[in-house]
Design a protein around this ligand. Structure first.
Ligand code: ATP
Ligand code: MG
Length: 301
């Protein structure tokens, strides 16, 4: 469902977010002609996706929680208390009342077709590849690692950002170079690792493990590589409880998640990934909403 927002027109819906561009017929909110970058409104819905499918029903309050988390991280990373200031896509301006709390006003960037994944711990698709081949995105790792283990050092494991409806595909660094050139690929990798390290350290101060995360970058009109999309949210990241991880022995005990793992686990147990996914039961919806809320509270006190 999209909104009827005065001054804006709906241009695109991803799995979770709806994008609006300034309505040229109106004056004000937009941008463009005066030399500023075009503005865009990114509205986070309550939709939840897993295994590249949008699920039903929605998770109440999720869009607002994702937006609050992104804004908190953008601010922290730009503030530069714990490192240099990371440029982001946020823009100044008014957000329509109808989407207040769940929308970000951003500069429209030339998006890079790469999902910049950083993993500090081994799990998910990385674990699956490791189990079969001993590698993650072509990077060979030491043998004997278990699901949920900490990696000797964080690794950059990019994915090709597939068009809507297709599956994102894990790719090697060499393939990334072919897609965006060596210089840009190195810049994406280094910046992603830098942001991950800083965020993981912050998470640790709050008793959380940032197991892995995904960034998206765009290039602005001055050619500056800029952090875009959502950042370090419970949709784009795996967060675990640090104490549970340290004390636990089974994967379930160790990976007490503040993210949509609850949804992934339930689906994996109740769906063979053919045809349409089943409706999520109410308790899965409620537990997911609770965990998203708890993450924001723990991080931001
Ligand atoms: P998923 O993230 O679940 O794989 P998706 O990427 O298809 O889904 P959403 O995240 O729901 O879609 O939609 C957000 C879209 O907006 C993405 O295509 C993202 O690349 C794009 N986007 C984010 N920030 C900017 C920006 N500053 N300029 C241009 N496009 C942006
Ligand atoms: Mg996205």
């Amino acid at each position: 469902m999209t909104h009827d927002l005065p001054g804006w027109r709906h241009v695109y819906s991803g799995k979770v977010r709806d994008l609006y561009a300034p309505d040229d017929a109106s004056t004000g909110s937009g941008g463009g002609g005066d030399g500023r970058a075009q503005r865009m409104l990114v509205v986070a819905s309550d939709r939840v996706s897993a295994f590249d499918h949008v699920l039903s029903p929605d998770i109440p309050g999720k869009g607002a929680l994702l937006t609050a988390l992104s804004l908190w991280w953008f601010d922290r990373l730009a503030g530069g208390d714990d490192g240099r200031s990371i440029p982001n896509h946020l823009a100044e301006g008014e957000i329509p009342d109808a989407v207040a709390g769940r929308a970000m006003l951003v500069r429209s960037l030339d998006m890079q077709p790469i999902e910049c994944v950083v993993r500090g711990y081994l799990t998910g698709s990385g674990w699956n590849e490791y189990r079969e081949h001993g590698t993650v995105c072509g990077i060979r790792l030491e043998s004997g690692l278990r699901n949920g283990d900490r990696l000797p050092a964080p690794i950059f494991t990019p994915a090709y950002k597939a068009p809507l409806g297709e599956h994102d595909e894990n790719i090697t660094f060499e393939r990334t170079v072919e897609l965006v050139g060596l210089e840009r690929a190195e810049e994406l990798r280094d910046l992603s690792l830098e942001i991950y390290e800083r965020a993981a350290a912050t998470a640790e101060e709050h008793g959380l493990i940032l197991a892995d995360t995904k960034f998206e970058f765009g290039v602005d009109e001055d050619g500056v590589l800029t952090l875009a999309d959502e950042v370090l949210t419970s949709d784009s990241s795996r967060y675990w409880d640090a104490a549970a991880w340290a004390a636990g022995t089974t994967p379930d005990e160790r990976m007490a998640s503040f993210d949509k793992q609850i949804v992934r686990d339930w689906l994996a147990a109740h769906w063979d990934k053919t045809g349409e996914p089943p409706e999520l039961p109410q308790d899965v919806v409620a537990r997911t909403a609770d965990r998203y809320r708890e993450l924001l509270e723990r991080l931001t006190d």
